[in-house]
Ligand binder design. Structure first.
Ligand SMILES: *Cc1c(COP(=O)(O)O)cnc(C)c1O
Length: 379
């Protein structure tokens, strides 16, 4: 090569590269895996409604004196420094609270991230993830994104696990990972404990019991953690009042936690989220009191819904009520929205026909919802 110009070979190579880049720019999707291309991005409803009962959030703000203390704590965080990698202080505190070893806990950027870490870790070519349906959407999305196959087994007529169908499937294609949300989202019920126990015994793969709604069901598999080497429990602080802070928790066997920590990004929990999780532990009573209040409101809301002809609420163990109705759910949903009330519409042909989900709100929000529902249905 001379100092003045490029050799012919170099020139051709360069042109070829530019043409290649040009082509890729024109259809960059050729680079993307089919499982990703086939998906739709997770849709979050952005319509601003004064009464927001669609996302299973705690309707109550942090009580005033705590709010100030929280703000002061956040203000003292050195934002120029990286946070603690792997949140070891919090891992220690939560492990103690759960009565497990420090080598059994991982904190995540919401339990969504922990679901993603689990899927990534097991995603050998051909690995299968089993989920009952309907259930929480992120299990399927994360499994597909990681390159896993997804086996969807419909729930039975009571929205409980169809044990026979799941066992049949496991005999031919044992899943590496099975997700069981109990209480289940969107159906709101806990699965029968014996059925989950049977799955823990019979499934060779990891069985995740997602206890996102533990604070409203009071039921947990934590005490039997030591009896099952394949049991993983997920918890979150999102539904109990800190959705914005993105704090999820995974509790599992030490050998598994050890591997999952290699998949986890080093600074997955930012410093503000870590501070919020510590704050939660310092003031857990205040949050649990709110959860108790939400449970009382759930009872009131349930009775009020049951009293409306043509409205059929399902047993509710979480902070929301899943209900069917004898009317066109699409109409009910949009007319509620016109009245400033946002819920979640699950209306699809089949077992979910005319089903919707409403989050338990404050007493006033619940009353407004009931009044609006009555008005819409009487027309
Ligand atoms: C809301 C929800 C989650 C997600 O919780 P984040 O911690 O906010 O990511 C996980 N599992 C189920 C079943 C949920 O309903």
């Amino acid at each position: 090569m001379t100092r003045r110009g490029r050799t012919d070979d170099e020139e051709t190579g360069r042109q070829g590269l530019e043409e290649g880049m040009e082509k890729r720019r024109m259809d960059i999707r050729v680079l993307i895996r089919d499982e990703v291309l086939a998906q739709k991005a997770y849709a979050v409803e952005h319509t601003a409604c004064p009464i927001k009962l669609d996302a299973n959030e705690n309707p109550l703000a942090i009580p005033e004196p705590l709010r100030e203390r929280f703000a002061a704590r956040l203000a003292s965080i050195p934002l120029n420094r990286y946070p603690e990698a792997g949140s070891p202080t919090l891992v220690g505190r939560f492990a103690k609270a759960f009565g497990v070893g420090e080598d059994q806990v991982i904190l995540g950027n919401g339990s969504d991230e922990l679901i993603q870490i689990l899927c990534t870790a097991v995603a050998r070519p051909g690995a299968e993830v089993m989920i009952p349906v309907p259930t929480f959407a992120m299990y399927r999305i994360s499994a597909l994104n990681a390159g896993c196959r997804v086996a969807m087994v419909p729930l039975d007529g009571e929205f409980d696990l169809d044990l026979a169908a799941m066992l049949t499937r496991v005999a031919s294609n044992p899943p590496a990972l099975t997700y069981l949300a109990s209480p289940n989202n969107p159906t709101g019920n806990c699965f029968r404990r014996e059925r989950i126990e049977t799955i823990l015994e019979k499934f060779p793969g990891i069985v995740v019991v997602d206890e996102a709604y533990f604070h409203f069901s009071g039921r947990t598999f934590l005490p039997v953690m030591g009896r099952h080497r394949n049991l993983v429990i997920l918890r979150t602080l999102s539904k109990v009042g800190l959705a914005a802070m993105r704090i999820g928790l995974l509790i599992g066997p030490p050998e598994l936690v050890h591997e999952l920590n290699k998949v986890r990004l080093p600074y997955n929990m930012n410093a503000l989220s870590q501070a919020a999780a510590g704050f939660y532990l310092d003031h857990e009573d205040a949050f649990l009191k709110q959860a108790e209040e939400i449970r009382r409101r759930r009872g009131e809301l349930f009775s009020a819904m049951e009293a409306i002809p043509g409205v059929h609420p399902r047993p509710a163990d979480a902070n929301f009520i899943f209900f069917g109705c004898d009317f066109d759910a699409d109409r009910v949903y949009s007319q509620l929205m016109e009245r400033g009330i946002l819920i979640k519409n699950f209306n699809t042909p089949g077992t979910m026909k005319n089903f919707m989900r409403v989050t338990v709100g404050t007493r006033e929000e619940n009353n407004r919802f009931i009044e609006a529902l009555q008005a819409i249905l009487s027309k």
